[in-house]
Design a protein around this ligand. Structure first.
Ligand code: NAD
Length: 261
């Protein structure tokens, strides 16, 4: 399959799931505009590597997506580089873990800004180009936590449930325009975001990282295995195909059975 001539914005693509999505789309000849934080030399390596994967070009834009000005710069940068984005993958996200009374207002604002509001802004700002082209694919990386809750994750669970709702509204508003909007709801994927939680759990429980990792999986994910980031890349790729043209406004779980119980 070839996405030659198409351009994707993938937010938070310097690490974890976003990086794997960028790899998959770039391997299928898509131009990729990646965003996210990393050291300058790492960024150069990532952009060089992604550009080498197919016929498309990879570029990086250093935007902090908690800031509206930076979001607008990312859109402008994409327009200047490639004319606009045919595919938008809202992937950047952060987590903060604390009971509601200890959940600082600052952390609440940050999680909502990145995991929810940035997705709203990026969708509203990319839609005009997709409408002009008469084709578009929007994929929101939500979470199993967009469908069910856990304790101590008030910001994340609220944002991800909101993102699933946003996906439905955008799916409806674009239903007759050859534009689709879907959410992917992963269970545990072993990325820096989750490694941090495992290390914290090991520290608090005075157990090894391996034990903490096994506990984390046993608690939520019936398969007992982590979801591979590459599998999420393949799912995003599928959503860009003609076979998925009638899939919109929906949420796709890839979670080892997490939300089935
Ligand atoms: P990660 O921490 O490995 O990567 C996060 C990316 O977002 C990085 O590229 C980082 O630089 C970027 N980022 C962070 N703050 C940013 C900001 N203010 N502006 C722009 N970019 C910023 O995380 P991940 O595990 O790969 O998670 C990616 C997405 O998948 C998130 O939305 C997360 O909620 C979701 N998710 C992850 C898991 C999991 O188990 N890892 C499960 C379900 C959903």
């Amino acid at each position: 399959m070839s996405l030659k001539g198409k351009t994707a914005i993938i937010t938070g693509a310097t690490s974890g799931i976003g990086y794997a999505i960028a790899e998959t789309l770039a391997s299928n000849n898509c131009n990729v505009v990646i965003n996210g934080f990393a050291e300058l030399h790492e960024l150069a390596n990532i952009v060089g590597y992604l550009s080498s994967l197919g016929d498309g070009k990879a570029v990086h834009c250093a935007s902090d997506l908690t800031k509206l000005d930076d979001i607008q710069s990312l859109i402008q940068f994409t327009q200047d580089s490639f004319g606009g984005a045919d595919i938008l993958v809202n992937n950047a996200g952060m987590q903060h873990v604390a009971p509601i009374e200890d959940f600082s207002v600052e952390n609440w604002d940050k999680v909502i800004a990145l995991d929810l509001s940035a997705c709203f802004h990026l969708i509203r700002l990319t839609l005009p180009f997709m409408r002009t082209k008469g084709w578009g694919r929007i994929v929101n990386i939500a979470s199993a936590h967009g469908l069910v809750a856990s304790v101590n994750k008030i910001g994340y669970v609220t944002a991800k449930h909101g993102l699933v709702g946003m996906t439905k509204v955008v799916g409806l508003e674009t239903a007759q325009e050859n534009i689709t909007c879907n959410a992917i709801c992963p269970g545990w994927v072993l990325t820096p975001l989750v490694k941090k939680q495992i290390e914290e759990r090991a520290k608090v429980g005075n157990i090894t990282v391996e034990q903490a990792s096994a506990e984390l999986l046993a608690e939520k994910q019936p398969s007992g295995a982590f979801v591979k980031p590459e599998a999420i890349g393949e799912l995003v790729l599928f959503l860009t195909t003609e076979a998925a043209a009638q899939m919109t406004g929906t949420s796709l779980s890839i979670d080892g059975g997490w939300v089935a119980r």
